[in-house]
Design a protein around this ligand. Structure first.
Ligand code: DQA
Length: 146
């Protein structure tokens, strides 16, 4: 299977910002863990990060129109809480998307408890740090038709 892992706004600072919330591993280090997990399972994975909402939408469109993957792990960062553009892009596509967060968004500020993406995603994983991404891949593997 082919997976696409998309990280949105501010996730490039992972390992440097708010270490007590997001840990000390950098995004490259987390991606290496995901890559190793996928390789062990005979799967392939592509990584993409952008701080720009429209670029994330374009990446979702590319995956949908060019059939570049079987499942998408999406940590949209703060866009999760208010981006109707990302929501509509996910709703438009038939590739399953797993909304993913490293932190427990329900144990933090009120605004993080609301996601405008969850309703149109296949599932949601949060609270396990870098493990959230791996858990999302496992979840996608169980729903993707081979
Ligand atoms: C996050 C949670 C969001 O609320 C926040 O804006 C982020 C990261 C997470 O991975 O826990 O940037 O998506």
């Amino acid at each position: 299977m082919k997976f696409l892992v998309i990280n949105g706004v501010n996730l490039n600072l992972t390992g440097k910002r708010e270490k007590s919330v997001y840990g000390t591993a950098t995004l490259d280090e987390i991606n290496a863990q995901i890559q190793a997990f996928c390789e062990r399972n005979g799967d392939t994975v592509e990584f993409y990060q952008s701080n720009i909402e429209g670029e994330l939408v374009n990446k979702l469109h590319e995956a949908y129109l060019q059939r570049t993957c079987d499942g998408i792990v999406l940590n949209a960062g703060a866009f999760t809480h208010y981006s109707y553009a990302l929501r509509d892009a996910i709703a438009a596509m038939d590739i399953p998307v797993a909304e993913t967060h490293m932190s427990n968004v329900h144990a933090r500020e009120e605004f993080r408890k609301n996601s405008v993406l969850s309703e149109v995603c296949k599932g949601v994983v949060f609270g396990f740090g870098a493990g959230s991404y791996i858990s999302a891949i496992v979840g996608l593997k169980s729903v993707v038709k081979k």
